[in-house]
Design a protein around this ligand. Structure first.
Ligand code: RVP
Length: 498
Protein backbone atom coordinates (compact mmCIF):
# COMPACT_ATOMS: atom_id res chain seq x y z
CA UNK A 1 0.00 0.00 0.00
CA UNK A 2 1.23 3.49 -0.71
CA UNK A 3 2.68 5.54 2.10
CA UNK A 4 0.63 8.61 3.03
CA UNK A 5 2.61 11.47 4.52
CA UNK A 6 0.77 12.61 7.63
CA UNK A 7 1.48 16.29 7.12
CA UNK A 8 -0.80 18.36 4.88
CA UNK A 9 0.84 19.91 1.81
CA UNK A 10 0.86 23.69 2.46
CA UNK A 11 1.31 26.80 0.34
CA UNK A 12 2.76 30.22 1.21
CA UNK A 13 -0.72 31.75 1.52
CA UNK A 14 -1.28 29.66 4.62
CA UNK A 15 1.48 31.38 6.60
CA UNK A 16 2.30 34.74 8.11
CA UNK A 17 5.39 36.00 9.92
CA UNK A 18 5.21 37.22 13.50
CA UNK A 19 7.13 40.41 14.23
CA UNK A 20 10.19 39.97 16.43
CA UNK A 21 11.78 42.73 18.53
CA UNK A 22 13.36 45.31 16.22
CA UNK A 23 16.70 46.52 17.58
CA UNK A 24 17.90 50.06 16.98
CA UNK A 25 20.63 48.82 14.60
CA UNK A 26 17.98 47.21 12.44
CA UNK A 27 16.70 49.39 9.60
CA UNK A 28 16.19 48.95 5.85
CA UNK A 29 19.50 50.77 5.31
CA UNK A 30 21.43 48.21 7.37
CA UNK A 31 19.77 45.10 5.91
CA UNK A 32 22.25 43.01 3.91
CA UNK A 33 20.61 40.71 1.34
CA UNK A 34 23.76 38.83 0.35
CA UNK A 35 23.22 35.11 -0.03
CA UNK A 36 25.26 32.07 -1.11
CA UNK A 37 24.60 30.60 -4.56
CA UNK A 38 26.77 27.49 -4.43
CA UNK A 39 28.01 24.72 -2.16
CA UNK A 40 30.66 25.72 0.37
CA UNK A 41 32.16 24.60 3.66
CA UNK A 42 29.99 25.46 6.64
CA UNK A 43 31.15 28.70 8.24
CA UNK A 44 33.01 29.81 5.09
CA UNK A 45 31.81 32.00 2.24
CA UNK A 46 30.37 30.66 -0.96
CA UNK A 47 32.58 31.13 -4.05
CA UNK A 48 29.60 32.90 -5.65
CA UNK A 49 27.40 35.16 -3.57
CA UNK A 50 24.40 37.05 -4.86
CA UNK A 51 23.83 40.63 -3.73
CA UNK A 52 20.09 39.96 -3.57
CA UNK A 53 18.31 36.58 -3.39
CA UNK A 54 16.58 36.65 -6.78
CA UNK A 55 17.04 34.46 -9.83
CA UNK A 56 14.95 34.44 -12.99
CA UNK A 57 13.35 31.29 -14.33
CA UNK A 58 15.00 29.12 -16.98
CA UNK A 59 12.29 30.00 -19.49
CA UNK A 60 12.00 31.33 -23.04
CA UNK A 61 9.45 33.92 -21.92
CA UNK A 62 11.61 35.20 -19.10
CA UNK A 63 15.40 35.08 -19.14
CA UNK A 64 16.70 37.13 -22.06
CA UNK A 65 20.20 38.65 -22.06
CA UNK A 66 18.60 42.06 -21.37
CA UNK A 67 16.83 40.70 -18.32
CA UNK A 68 20.00 38.92 -17.19
CA UNK A 69 21.92 42.20 -17.39
CA UNK A 70 19.28 44.14 -15.45
CA UNK A 71 18.93 41.45 -12.79
CA UNK A 72 22.70 41.02 -12.28
CA UNK A 73 23.03 44.79 -11.92
CA UNK A 74 20.53 44.48 -9.06
CA UNK A 75 22.55 41.71 -7.41
CA UNK A 76 20.58 38.73 -8.72
CA UNK A 77 21.18 36.13 -11.42
CA UNK A 78 19.40 34.90 -14.53
CA UNK A 79 19.63 31.40 -15.88
CA UNK A 80 19.43 31.70 -19.66
CA UNK A 81 17.17 29.01 -21.08
CA UNK A 82 18.35 25.90 -22.95
CA UNK A 83 15.29 25.59 -25.18
CA UNK A 84 17.40 26.93 -28.05
CA UNK A 85 20.45 25.75 -29.96
CA UNK A 86 23.76 25.42 -28.13
CA UNK A 87 25.17 28.23 -30.32
CA UNK A 88 22.30 30.61 -29.56
CA UNK A 89 22.46 29.98 -25.83
CA UNK A 90 26.25 30.46 -25.81
CA UNK A 91 25.82 33.72 -27.75
CA UNK A 92 23.28 34.92 -25.18
CA UNK A 93 25.75 34.15 -22.37
CA UNK A 94 28.45 36.05 -24.26
CA UNK A 95 26.14 39.04 -24.66
CA UNK A 96 25.75 39.32 -20.89
CA UNK A 97 29.45 38.73 -20.17
CA UNK A 98 30.46 41.38 -22.71
CA UNK A 99 28.19 43.99 -21.15
CA UNK A 100 30.19 46.71 -19.43
CA UNK A 101 28.09 48.98 -17.29
CA UNK A 102 28.36 52.52 -18.58
CA UNK A 103 30.33 51.40 -21.65
CA UNK A 104 27.98 51.66 -24.58
CA UNK A 105 28.50 50.06 -27.97
CA UNK A 106 27.78 52.91 -30.36
CA UNK A 107 24.59 52.42 -32.38
CA UNK A 108 24.82 55.68 -34.35
CA UNK A 109 27.73 55.33 -36.76
CA UNK A 110 28.66 56.90 -40.10
CA UNK A 111 31.58 57.10 -42.49
CA UNK A 112 33.43 60.40 -43.04
CA UNK A 113 32.18 60.67 -46.62
CA UNK A 114 28.53 60.06 -45.70
CA UNK A 115 26.39 63.16 -46.19
CA UNK A 116 24.93 65.17 -43.32
CA UNK A 117 21.45 64.25 -44.55
CA UNK A 118 22.35 60.56 -44.17
CA UNK A 119 23.59 61.34 -40.64
CA UNK A 120 20.25 63.06 -39.86
CA UNK A 121 18.34 59.97 -40.96
CA UNK A 122 20.58 57.66 -38.86
CA UNK A 123 20.09 59.91 -35.81
CA UNK A 124 16.33 59.90 -36.38
CA UNK A 125 16.30 56.12 -36.52
CA UNK A 126 18.32 55.57 -33.33
CA UNK A 127 16.99 58.59 -31.43
CA UNK A 128 20.57 59.49 -30.45
CA UNK A 129 22.35 62.77 -31.07
CA UNK A 130 26.01 61.66 -30.93
CA UNK A 131 27.45 59.69 -33.83
CA UNK A 132 30.80 57.96 -34.16
CA UNK A 133 32.58 58.59 -37.45
CA UNK A 134 34.56 55.45 -38.24
CA UNK A 135 36.51 54.49 -41.35
CA UNK A 136 33.90 51.89 -42.33
CA UNK A 137 30.80 53.30 -40.62
CA UNK A 138 30.61 50.43 -38.10
CA UNK A 139 30.57 50.46 -34.29
CA UNK A 140 34.07 48.98 -34.16
CA UNK A 141 35.76 50.69 -37.09
CA UNK A 142 38.83 52.98 -36.70
CA UNK A 143 37.55 56.12 -35.01
CA UNK A 144 38.04 59.28 -37.08
CA UNK A 145 35.87 61.66 -35.07
CA UNK A 146 32.58 62.37 -33.35
CA UNK A 147 29.73 64.45 -34.67
CA UNK A 148 26.71 65.57 -32.66
CA UNK A 149 23.45 67.29 -33.53
CA UNK A 150 24.99 70.48 -32.12
CA UNK A 151 27.69 70.48 -34.81
CA UNK A 152 25.45 71.45 -37.70
CA UNK A 153 22.12 73.05 -38.53
CA UNK A 154 20.05 72.18 -41.60
CA UNK A 155 19.53 75.86 -42.37
CA UNK A 156 23.17 76.86 -41.98
CA UNK A 157 24.95 73.86 -43.46
CA UNK A 158 24.73 72.04 -46.75
CA UNK A 159 23.19 68.68 -45.93
CA UNK A 160 24.72 67.25 -49.09
CA UNK A 161 28.17 67.99 -47.68
CA UNK A 162 30.25 65.23 -46.00
CA UNK A 163 30.10 64.45 -42.29
CA UNK A 164 33.90 64.92 -42.15
CA UNK A 165 33.40 68.68 -42.65
CA UNK A 166 31.50 69.06 -39.35
CA UNK A 167 32.97 66.36 -37.08
CA UNK A 168 35.45 66.89 -34.26
CA UNK A 169 38.44 64.97 -35.57
CA UNK A 170 40.18 62.34 -33.46
CA UNK A 171 43.30 64.53 -33.08
CA UNK A 172 41.29 67.05 -31.04
CA UNK A 173 39.08 64.51 -29.33
CA UNK A 174 39.84 63.38 -25.76
CA UNK A 175 39.63 59.61 -25.73
CA UNK A 176 40.53 56.74 -23.40
CA UNK A 177 42.42 53.47 -23.62
CA UNK A 178 40.72 50.08 -23.53
CA UNK A 179 41.69 49.31 -19.92
CA UNK A 180 40.02 52.48 -18.56
CA UNK A 181 37.67 51.77 -15.66
CA UNK A 182 34.24 53.32 -15.42
CA UNK A 183 35.24 55.52 -12.50
CA UNK A 184 38.29 56.82 -14.44
CA UNK A 185 36.08 57.50 -17.46
CA UNK A 186 33.53 59.30 -15.31
CA UNK A 187 36.27 61.40 -13.69
CA UNK A 188 37.48 62.52 -17.13
CA UNK A 189 33.95 63.34 -18.28
CA UNK A 190 33.54 65.70 -15.37
CA UNK A 191 37.11 67.07 -15.11
CA UNK A 192 37.34 67.83 -18.84
CA UNK A 193 33.66 68.87 -19.14
CA UNK A 194 32.98 66.30 -21.82
CA UNK A 195 29.62 64.92 -22.87
CA UNK A 196 31.05 61.74 -24.34
CA UNK A 197 34.35 59.85 -24.00
CA UNK A 198 35.25 57.30 -26.71
CA UNK A 199 37.20 54.25 -25.57
CA UNK A 200 39.61 52.88 -28.19
CA UNK A 201 41.47 49.61 -28.67
CA UNK A 202 45.22 49.66 -29.27
CA UNK A 203 44.76 49.98 -33.04
CA UNK A 204 42.53 53.03 -32.73
CA UNK A 205 39.35 51.05 -33.33
CA UNK A 206 36.30 52.18 -31.41
CA UNK A 207 35.24 49.92 -28.55
CA UNK A 208 32.75 51.92 -26.49
CA UNK A 209 31.38 55.34 -25.74
CA UNK A 210 30.90 56.57 -22.16
CA UNK A 211 28.28 59.30 -21.75
CA UNK A 212 28.00 61.94 -19.05
CA UNK A 213 24.21 61.54 -19.23
CA UNK A 214 24.55 57.92 -17.98
CA UNK A 215 26.50 58.98 -14.88
CA UNK A 216 23.55 58.80 -12.48
CA UNK A 217 22.52 55.44 -13.94
CA UNK A 218 26.00 54.03 -13.40
CA UNK A 219 25.95 55.09 -9.76
CA UNK A 220 22.58 53.41 -9.24
CA UNK A 221 23.72 49.82 -8.81
CA UNK A 222 26.09 49.43 -5.86
CA UNK A 223 25.13 45.79 -5.43
CA UNK A 224 25.92 44.17 -8.77
CA UNK A 225 26.64 40.45 -9.10
CA UNK A 226 30.03 40.48 -10.83
CA UNK A 227 32.90 38.04 -11.38
CA UNK A 228 36.58 38.59 -10.55
CA UNK A 229 36.98 40.63 -13.73
CA UNK A 230 33.98 42.81 -12.80
CA UNK A 231 31.86 41.31 -15.58
CA UNK A 232 28.21 40.70 -14.74
CA UNK A 233 27.44 37.18 -13.68
CA UNK A 234 25.07 34.97 -15.65
CA UNK A 235 23.82 31.40 -15.28
CA UNK A 236 22.57 28.96 -17.88
CA UNK A 237 20.10 26.10 -17.86
CA UNK A 238 21.13 22.69 -19.19
CA UNK A 239 19.27 19.44 -19.71
CA UNK A 240 20.08 15.77 -19.31
CA UNK A 241 19.98 15.10 -23.08
CA UNK A 242 22.65 17.20 -24.80
CA UNK A 243 24.76 18.32 -21.82
CA UNK A 244 27.99 16.82 -23.14
CA UNK A 245 27.85 19.24 -26.03
CA UNK A 246 26.12 22.17 -24.27
CA UNK A 247 28.17 22.41 -21.07
CA UNK A 248 31.58 23.02 -22.73
CA UNK A 249 30.09 25.63 -25.09
CA UNK A 250 28.48 27.51 -22.18
CA UNK A 251 31.71 27.41 -20.21
CA UNK A 252 33.62 28.69 -23.19
CA UNK A 253 31.12 31.55 -23.46
CA UNK A 254 31.77 32.46 -19.80
CA UNK A 255 28.72 31.14 -17.88
CA UNK A 256 29.25 31.49 -14.12
CA UNK A 257 26.92 28.68 -13.05
CA UNK A 258 24.80 26.00 -14.68
CA UNK A 259 21.61 24.39 -13.57
CA UNK A 260 20.03 21.13 -14.69
CA UNK A 261 16.48 22.09 -15.49
CA UNK A 262 13.85 19.41 -15.09
CA UNK A 263 10.29 19.33 -13.84
CA UNK A 264 11.32 16.26 -11.81
CA UNK A 265 15.00 16.14 -10.86
CA UNK A 266 14.83 13.09 -8.61
CA UNK A 267 16.21 10.79 -11.27
CA UNK A 268 19.23 8.69 -12.14
CA UNK A 269 19.53 10.71 -15.35
CA UNK A 270 20.17 13.85 -13.40
CA UNK A 271 22.58 12.19 -10.96
CA UNK A 272 24.58 10.79 -13.91
CA UNK A 273 24.64 14.17 -15.65
CA UNK A 274 25.74 15.97 -12.46
CA UNK A 275 28.56 13.48 -11.93
CA UNK A 276 29.66 13.89 -15.55
CA UNK A 277 29.90 17.68 -15.18
CA UNK A 278 31.72 17.38 -11.85
CA UNK A 279 34.20 14.93 -13.37
CA UNK A 280 34.93 16.82 -16.59
CA UNK A 281 34.46 20.45 -15.46
CA UNK A 282 34.97 20.52 -11.68
CA UNK A 283 35.45 24.30 -11.75
CA UNK A 284 31.89 25.16 -12.83
CA UNK A 285 29.16 25.23 -10.17
CA UNK A 286 26.12 23.24 -11.26
CA UNK A 287 22.71 23.07 -9.64
CA UNK A 288 20.04 20.39 -9.83
CA UNK A 289 16.32 19.98 -9.41
CA UNK A 290 13.49 20.28 -9.12
CA UNK A 291 12.65 18.35 -5.98
CA UNK A 292 10.03 18.64 -3.26
CA UNK A 293 11.36 16.58 -0.38
CA UNK A 294 14.42 15.95 1.72
CA UNK A 295 15.13 12.52 0.29
CA UNK A 296 15.41 13.90 -3.24
CA UNK A 297 17.54 16.83 -2.04
CA UNK A 298 20.02 14.46 -0.39
CA UNK A 299 20.15 12.33 -3.54
CA UNK A 300 21.14 15.34 -5.69
CA UNK A 301 23.51 16.79 -3.07
CA UNK A 302 25.32 13.44 -2.93
CA UNK A 303 25.45 13.34 -6.73
CA UNK A 304 27.38 16.65 -6.63
CA UNK A 305 24.73 19.38 -7.03
CA UNK A 306 26.09 22.76 -5.90
CA UNK A 307 22.57 24.03 -5.20
CA UNK A 308 19.15 22.44 -5.44
CA UNK A 309 15.93 23.92 -6.79
CA UNK A 310 12.68 23.17 -4.98
CA UNK A 311 9.20 23.15 -6.51
CA UNK A 312 7.01 20.89 -8.61
CA UNK A 313 3.68 22.01 -9.97
CA UNK A 314 3.43 25.36 -8.20
CA UNK A 315 4.43 27.59 -11.13
CA UNK A 316 1.82 30.08 -12.28
CA UNK A 317 1.77 28.57 -15.80
CA UNK A 318 2.18 24.98 -14.62
CA UNK A 319 -0.49 22.29 -14.95
CA UNK A 320 1.71 19.32 -13.99
CA UNK A 321 -0.42 18.66 -10.90
CA UNK A 322 -3.62 18.61 -13.00
CA UNK A 323 -2.08 16.46 -15.69
CA UNK A 324 0.03 14.01 -13.70
CA UNK A 325 -1.04 14.32 -10.07
CA UNK A 326 2.56 15.09 -9.09
CA UNK A 327 3.67 17.92 -6.81
CA UNK A 328 3.62 19.40 -3.36
CA UNK A 329 2.55 22.70 -1.78
CA UNK A 330 5.57 24.98 -2.08
CA UNK A 331 5.78 25.89 1.61
CA UNK A 332 5.85 22.25 2.72
CA UNK A 333 8.42 21.45 0.04
CA UNK A 334 10.77 24.27 1.08
CA UNK A 335 10.48 23.45 4.81
CA UNK A 336 11.20 19.76 4.20
CA UNK A 337 14.15 20.39 1.87
CA UNK A 338 15.62 23.07 4.17
CA UNK A 339 15.62 20.57 7.04
CA UNK A 340 17.42 18.03 4.82
CA UNK A 341 19.93 20.71 3.73
CA UNK A 342 20.73 21.44 7.39
CA UNK A 343 21.04 17.72 8.20
CA UNK A 344 23.36 17.24 5.19
CA UNK A 345 25.49 20.15 6.40
CA UNK A 346 25.64 18.73 9.92
CA UNK A 347 26.74 15.35 8.53
CA UNK A 348 29.22 16.48 5.84
CA UNK A 349 30.27 20.01 6.85
CA UNK A 350 29.08 21.22 3.42
CA UNK A 351 26.30 23.73 2.94
CA UNK A 352 24.29 23.23 -0.27
CA UNK A 353 22.04 26.27 -0.90
CA UNK A 354 18.43 25.73 -1.91
CA UNK A 355 16.23 27.78 -4.20
CA UNK A 356 12.45 28.11 -3.91
CA UNK A 357 11.30 27.97 -7.54
CA UNK A 358 7.82 29.00 -8.70
CA UNK A 359 4.51 29.80 -7.10
CA UNK A 360 5.53 33.14 -5.60
CA UNK A 361 2.42 35.19 -6.16
CA UNK A 362 2.85 38.16 -3.81
CA UNK A 363 6.01 40.02 -2.85
CA UNK A 364 5.67 38.83 0.75
CA UNK A 365 5.90 35.22 -0.46
CA UNK A 366 9.59 35.91 -1.14
CA UNK A 367 10.07 36.75 2.54
CA UNK A 368 8.18 33.61 3.55
CA UNK A 369 10.26 31.39 1.26
CA UNK A 370 13.49 32.84 2.67
CA UNK A 371 12.26 32.58 6.27
CA UNK A 372 11.42 28.92 5.62
CA UNK A 373 15.03 28.28 4.68
CA UNK A 374 15.40 29.07 0.97
CA UNK A 375 18.73 30.77 0.22
CA UNK A 376 17.30 32.40 -2.87
CA UNK A 377 14.15 32.32 -4.98
CA UNK A 378 13.50 31.76 -8.67
CA UNK A 379 10.59 33.51 -10.35
CA UNK A 380 9.02 33.36 -13.79
CA UNK A 381 5.71 35.23 -13.72
CA UNK A 382 7.25 38.04 -11.66
CA UNK A 383 10.01 38.77 -14.19
CA UNK A 384 7.87 38.07 -17.27
CA UNK A 385 5.93 41.27 -16.48
CA UNK A 386 8.91 43.55 -17.11
CA UNK A 387 10.15 45.30 -20.26
CA UNK A 388 13.33 43.21 -20.27
CA UNK A 389 11.49 39.85 -20.56
CA UNK A 390 10.93 38.15 -23.90
CA UNK A 391 7.13 38.23 -24.24
CA UNK A 392 5.45 40.81 -26.46
CA UNK A 393 3.80 43.77 -24.76
CA UNK A 394 0.19 44.02 -25.90
CA UNK A 395 -2.46 46.68 -25.32
CA UNK A 396 -5.78 45.77 -23.70
CA UNK A 397 -8.82 47.84 -22.72
CA UNK A 398 -7.40 48.25 -19.20
CA UNK A 399 -3.72 48.80 -19.93
CA UNK A 400 -0.94 46.54 -21.13
CA UNK A 401 -0.14 42.86 -20.69
CA UNK A 402 2.93 40.77 -21.51
CA UNK A 403 2.87 37.29 -22.96
CA UNK A 404 3.99 34.53 -20.60
CA UNK A 405 4.08 30.83 -21.47
CA UNK A 406 5.28 27.69 -19.70
CA UNK A 407 8.16 25.54 -20.87
CA UNK A 408 5.73 22.62 -20.97
CA UNK A 409 3.24 24.47 -23.18
CA UNK A 410 2.81 23.75 -26.86
CA UNK A 411 4.38 27.10 -27.58
CA UNK A 412 7.70 26.24 -25.88
CA UNK A 413 7.60 22.46 -26.35
CA UNK A 414 10.63 22.05 -24.08
CA UNK A 415 10.48 18.24 -24.12
CA UNK A 416 13.97 18.06 -22.59
CA UNK A 417 12.48 19.39 -19.33
CA UNK A 418 9.66 16.87 -19.17
CA UNK A 419 10.27 13.14 -19.10
CA UNK A 420 7.38 12.03 -21.29
CA UNK A 421 9.51 9.58 -23.27
CA UNK A 422 10.94 10.36 -26.68
CA UNK A 423 11.63 13.69 -28.33
CA UNK A 424 8.46 15.73 -27.99
CA UNK A 425 5.54 16.50 -25.72
CA UNK A 426 2.66 14.03 -25.72
CA UNK A 427 0.58 16.31 -23.50
CA UNK A 428 1.02 19.85 -22.24
CA UNK A 429 2.28 20.53 -18.72
CA UNK A 430 2.11 24.29 -19.06
CA UNK A 431 -0.17 26.99 -20.41
CA UNK A 432 0.27 30.03 -22.63
CA UNK A 433 -1.15 33.26 -21.24
CA UNK A 434 -0.67 36.89 -20.22
CA UNK A 435 0.54 38.73 -17.15
CA UNK A 436 -0.03 42.39 -16.27
CA UNK A 437 2.73 44.60 -17.69
CA UNK A 438 4.89 46.07 -14.91
CA UNK A 439 7.37 48.39 -16.70
CA UNK A 440 11.09 48.45 -16.00
CA UNK A 441 12.66 45.66 -13.93
CA UNK A 442 14.86 48.11 -12.03
CA UNK A 443 11.88 49.93 -10.60
CA UNK A 444 9.73 46.88 -9.91
CA UNK A 445 12.52 44.96 -8.20
CA UNK A 446 13.45 48.00 -6.10
CA UNK A 447 9.94 47.97 -4.63
CA UNK A 448 10.07 44.22 -3.94
CA UNK A 449 13.47 44.62 -2.27
CA UNK A 450 12.15 47.52 -0.17
CA UNK A 451 9.26 45.33 1.03
CA UNK A 452 11.60 42.42 1.81
CA UNK A 453 13.93 44.65 3.82
CA UNK A 454 11.10 46.15 5.87
CA UNK A 455 9.69 42.68 6.57
CA UNK A 456 13.13 41.59 7.80
CA UNK A 457 13.34 44.70 9.99
CA UNK A 458 9.94 43.87 11.53
CA UNK A 459 11.33 40.41 12.20
CA UNK A 460 14.41 41.93 13.87
CA UNK A 461 16.95 40.73 11.26
CA UNK A 462 19.65 42.47 9.25
CA UNK A 463 20.96 39.41 7.39
CA UNK A 464 19.28 36.47 5.67
CA UNK A 465 20.91 33.83 7.93
CA UNK A 466 19.65 35.78 10.96
CA UNK A 467 16.20 36.03 9.39
CA UNK A 468 16.12 32.28 8.73
CA UNK A 469 17.21 31.32 12.20
CA UNK A 470 14.96 33.70 14.14
CA UNK A 471 11.79 34.02 12.01
CA UNK A 472 8.56 32.83 13.63
CA UNK A 473 5.78 31.70 11.34
CA UNK A 474 2.13 31.12 12.08
CA UNK A 475 -0.47 29.20 10.14
CA UNK A 476 -3.52 31.26 9.21
CA UNK A 477 -7.14 30.13 9.27
CA UNK A 478 -9.49 31.04 6.41
CA UNK A 479 -11.05 33.64 8.67
CA UNK A 480 -7.75 35.32 9.57
CA UNK A 481 -6.71 35.17 5.91
CA UNK A 482 -9.78 37.22 5.03
CA UNK A 483 -8.97 39.66 7.81
CA UNK A 484 -5.58 40.26 6.14
CA UNK A 485 -7.18 42.15 3.29
CA UNK A 486 -8.74 45.61 3.20
CA UNK A 487 -12.25 45.47 4.56
CA UNK A 488 -13.70 48.70 3.22
CA UNK A 489 -15.16 49.69 -0.13
CA UNK A 490 -12.20 51.01 -2.08
CA UNK A 491 -12.49 54.51 -3.54
CA UNK A 492 -12.01 53.35 -7.12
CA UNK A 493 -14.73 50.68 -6.82
CA UNK A 494 -18.08 52.02 -8.06
CA UNK A 495 -20.47 51.45 -5.16
CA UNK A 496 -23.37 53.10 -3.39
CA UNK A 497 -22.46 54.09 0.13
CA UNK A 498 -25.49 53.84 2.37
P1 RVP B 1 6.22 31.17 -11.59
O1 RVP B 1 7.25 32.07 -10.98
O2 RVP B 1 5.12 30.86 -10.61
O3 RVP B 1 5.70 31.68 -12.88
O4 RVP B 1 6.93 29.76 -11.85
C1 RVP B 1 8.07 29.64 -12.67
C2 RVP B 1 8.57 28.22 -12.57
O5 RVP B 1 7.59 27.31 -13.10
C3 RVP B 1 9.80 27.94 -13.40
O6 RVP B 1 10.99 28.35 -12.79
C4 RVP B 1 9.73 26.42 -13.57
O7 RVP B 1 10.24 25.74 -12.46
C5 RVP B 1 8.24 26.18 -13.63
N1 RVP B 1 7.75 26.01 -15.01
C6 RVP B 1 8.19 26.53 -16.17
N2 RVP B 1 7.41 26.11 -17.17
C7 RVP B 1 6.50 25.34 -16.60
C8 RVP B 1 5.44 24.61 -17.27
O8 RVP B 1 5.19 24.78 -18.46
N3 RVP B 1 4.75 23.75 -16.54
N4 RVP B 1 6.70 25.29 -15.27
Amino acid sequence: MAQVIAEVSRTFNEFLLLPNRTRTDCSPATVDLRTPLVRHLAGERSAIELGSPFTSAIMQAVSTPDLAIALARNGGLSFLHHNQSVQDQAAAVRQVKNFKAGFVTSDTNVRPDDTLSHLVSVMRRTGHSTAAVTHDGTATGRLLGLVTSRDFHPQRHDLDGPVAGRMTAIAELPHAEADTTLSEANARLWDQRLDCLPVLGTDGHLQYLVFRSDYADNKRFPNQAVDAEKRLRVGAGVNTHDYQERVPALLEAGADALCFDSSDGYSDWQAQALSWVKKHYPEIPVGGGNVVDGEAFTFLAEAGADFVKVGVGGGSICITRDQKGIGRGQASAVLDVAAARDAFCERTGEYVPICSDGGLVHDYHVALALAMGADFVMMGRYFARFDQAAGAKLPTRDGFVKEYWGEGSNRARNWQRYGQGGQGLIFEEGVDGYVPYAGDLNEGLATTIAKLKTTMVSCGSVTLPEFQSTARLTLVSDQSFQESHANVTLRDTPATIA
